[in-house]
Design a protein. Structure first.
Length: 104
């Protein structure tokens, strides 16, 4: 199995006395693995479901970390992404009011 892991994982594995088998992905593979990681992390959040608040927030933090990495990969930054998000909120609103679209 090959999957993208956080940068410090090799160091953490070594600290446990184990030998990590890792390599640095080329740009195309990295982009693909980031998208796979996003799906993985969103899935983990959804699996957490109505579970413990702290665990759900941990999973959301993982999703956010992948989203930030994807923004950088697209030549942007977390700050620019936040500006775009804020502009969309100003133009179209957020999801805070729990509005549901219905055709009936």
């Amino acid at each position: 199995m090959r999957k993208l892991v956080r940068d410090r994982m090799p160091e953490i594995i070594r600290a446990k006395g184990e030998v990590p088998i890792v390599y640095q992905a080329e740009p195309d593979e990295y982009r693909r693995r980031l998208r796979d990681k996003l799906v993985e992390e969103v899935g983990e959040f959804l699996d957490e479901g109505e579970g413990e608040r702290e665990a759900a927030l941990e999973e959301l933090a993982d999703v956010l970390e992948v989203v930030h990495a994807l923004a950088v990969e697209l030549g942007s930054s977390a700050e620019e992404l936040e500006r775009i998000r804020s502009a969309k909120v100003a133009e179209r609103g957020a999801f805070a009011e729990r509005v549901i679209w219905s055709d009936r």
